[in-house]
Design a protein around this ligand. Sequence first.
Ligand SMILES: [Zn+2]
Length: 153
Amino acid sequence: MKKIHLFPFLFISFLSCQKEDNLIAPEVDERLIFFFESFKQEGMLRGQNMTLANVTGSITDIDTEGVLGRCNQNTSGSKHLVIDSLFWAKSDLLQKEYVIFHELGHCALDRRHLDTKNKDGTCVSMMQSGNGSCKLTYHSQNRKIYLDELFLQ
Ligand SMILES: [Zn+2]
């Protein structure tokens, strides 16, 4: 009798586990999960139903000067996002979001760099390369404009 009762429980937990795997990979540093979920949410609000299930993420020291994050794409199709630990330690929420969303733009949306300028010299896109050809400003007042551009491009 015990076994019969146990089986439905195991079955249900297996299903709910599968469902979570489809959203965000288990190998994502827990400090990044908030940003991954927010990225999915902002995308869904704009009709982008991309998967992050194949994107892992970690926060480690990146040696290359000036590089705050990167997203490595393996030939197998798996992707790994890395955020520099020093940058992480000294940055606020929006600065972290900017770098993580930029990298997920590469990894989850297949976006390339875009350095087009507005008339005032500011960057059209948060997918700017960082080479200084346009001026990046990312704050709570223009966040929505940049997210619209990121997901609707
Ligand atoms: Zn980039």
